[in-house]
Structures are given as C-alpha cells and as structure tokens.
Ligand binder design. Structure first.
Ligand code: GDP
Length: 284
C-alpha cells in the first residue's frame, strides 16, 4: 500500500507557513482546510494526528524511535483527500442504493471500502463525519427493532464506493452473518474493510467474531477506534497499547496501525479520509 509522506506528516506541522503557501495553490475547497491548518499547533496535531498524542504520552522525552504510526501523510495529502470527499458539481457524492442480499448490491466498478461494527459502536456517526463535506448525503439509519437492516452504498465521485454494513450484536437480524459474510467473501472490488471498535470498552466478543471472519477470508482490514473523546488520555493509551499488541500478535490481515477517531471533535477524521483515498488508489 502506498503510504504518502511516510513518517513525515506530523513533523511537517512545524513548517506550517510553507505548507499554507503550497496549499493556497489548491482550489477553494482547500481554503477550508487551510483554515483548519491555522489552528494552534497542539490543537491541530490532536485533530489531524491523534495517535501522535498517544505516542507523546509514551515517550515524553521526545524519543523519535518509538512509532505507532506507519501511515503518516503530509498535510497536503490530507488536503487532497478532503477535496475528494467534498461534493461539487463535478464530484458528486451520493447515496446509491441499499441491499439486503449481495445479489441485489449495485454493480459499481470503482474500488470499494466497507464499514462494519457492533450496533452502537458509532458507525453512522463516523460515516456522517466522513461525509460532512457533502452535507446533501443522507446517511440512512434504521435502528428500530424488527426493521430489516441493509447494506447502504454511497458513491464518492468517480473515486470509490463506501458501504455502510448493518451493525452486528444486539438485535442483529438472523440473516446478518449470511449477508455480511457473503459480501465480504464475494465482493471483488472490496479494497479495505474498516472494523470499528469502541475505544471506551475495547474489543468485545462480537468484535472478535468479526475479526475472525476477516482473518478467515484473508481480507485486508483496519481497526478504527471510535469515541476517543469519551476517554481520558490514560485510558485511551491503555486501550491503544492493548489492541495494538493484539493486532501485532494475533492477526495477519489487519493493518498494523490503529485509527482513533471522534465523530464529536472530528479528531482523526481527516486522517481516515486520507487513508481511504490512499487505499483506493486515489493519492498515487
Ligand atoms: P451505530 O449504531 O454504530 O451507527 O452508532 P451511532 O453512530 O448511532 O452512535 C451510537 C451512540 O454513540 C450515539 O448516542 C452517538 O451520539 C454516540 N457516539 C457516536 N460517535 C461518538 C463519538 O465519537 N463521541 C461520542 N462522545 N459519542 C459518540
């Protein structure tokens, strides 16, 4: 996988005037991102590179040899990804359709990424946050018991498709496993599965089932830690280290970097957009 700006991203926050200068060459969308870049440095780091905050906690003496980060893009690449997620006349971002069975799924040729997770893990909130630059997009949520849960397909311009899978666990429909399993096994253009884990409670039994499923099908997947605004730094650090150890020791297909996010503070959202753009080949 291409990792733009490997290990350079966060460090480049310190050359901000030069970054702003380069960004001013982009179109008006990046002006919004340029505003983000004007935030005070610490706030900016927390927003764009939340994992770096955790690292700083681990190595307060500024040791540079300890890195939890592998994907560490530059602010310019993050701005490029934000452009891809911004709805314009020429870059239409739309809900396409829903399906309860894989053979009803729309035939979309673009690379695809999907989001899976337990009910209540924060999946709809995260997808809404990812699509905040396309306010017309309606992220459909059907949480009423008894309602059939569906896979929802969204197209992001000519770039890729995002699929919101039904939540598992509590009140999951009986055929849920069949639906998700078949999708994961058969969807040819699926480039990456984003498996959401609640950072407050860590990996639960049903999360393990989903992890086993991804491993069994040898899928490339990524663990996203949701709701990080709810935890103290210490608690978040404990969870990050525990889950990172689990990923390193027990998984094969999981990307060896966690993506902590908050749909409330938007921390980690820009980075996740950038990762999606990268794994779908849009930043090459
Ligand atoms: P889903 O069932 O996985 O789609 O979960 P939702 O997105 O509906 O979120 C479940 C609950 O968690 C809701 O009450 C959300 O407001 C809350 N929630 C979701 N994301 C966050 C977050 O990043 N921070 C906080 N504090 N609450 C969140």
């Amino acid at each position: 996988m291409a990792a733009p700006g490997l290990r350079l991203g966060a460090e480049r926050l310190f050359e901000m005037p030069a970054v702003l200068e380069r960004l001013s060459r982009y179109n008006s969308t990046s002006q919004a991102f340029a505003e983000v870049l004007r935030l005070p440095k610490q706030q900016l780091r927390k927003l764009l590179y939340p994992l770096q905050e955790v690292e700083r906690f681990l190595a307060p003496d500024g040791r540079q040899d300890f890195h939890l980060r592998i994907f560490d893009p530059s602010p310019e690449d993050i701005a490029r990804a934000d452009n891809i997620f911004t709805a314009t006349e020429r870059n239409r971002i739309d809900y396409v359709s829903s399906a309860v069975r894989i053979d009803h799924a729309p035939d979309l040729p673009r690379p695809e990424v999907c989001f899976i997770g337990r009910s209540n893990v924060g999946k709809s909130s995260l997808i809404k946050a990812l699509f905040s630059l396309a306010p017309e997009v309606e992220v459909r949520v059907s949480k009423k018991p008894g309602h059939t849960k569906k896979m929802n397909f969204f197209k992001v311009g000519k770039h890729f498709t995002v699929v919101d899978m039904p939540g598992y666990g509590f009140r999951a429909p009986e055929d849920f496993v069949d639906m998700v399993e078949t999708y994961l096994k058969e969807r040819r253009n699926l480039k990456r599965t984003f498996l959401l884990v609640d950072s407050v409670v860590g990996i639960q039994k049903t999360d393990n089932t989903a992890i086993e499923m991804c491993e069994e099908f040898a899928l490339p997947y990524v663990i996203v830690l949701t709701k990080i605004d709810k935890s103290s730094k210490g608690h978040l650090l404990k969870q990050v280290l525990q889950i990172q150890k689990f990923v390193n020791m027990k998984t094969q297909g999981c990307f060896p970097q966690l993506f902590p996010v908050s749909a409330v503070t938007f921390s980690g959202i820009h980075l996740l957009r950038c990762f999606i753009a990268s794994v779908t080949g849009n930043l090459d």
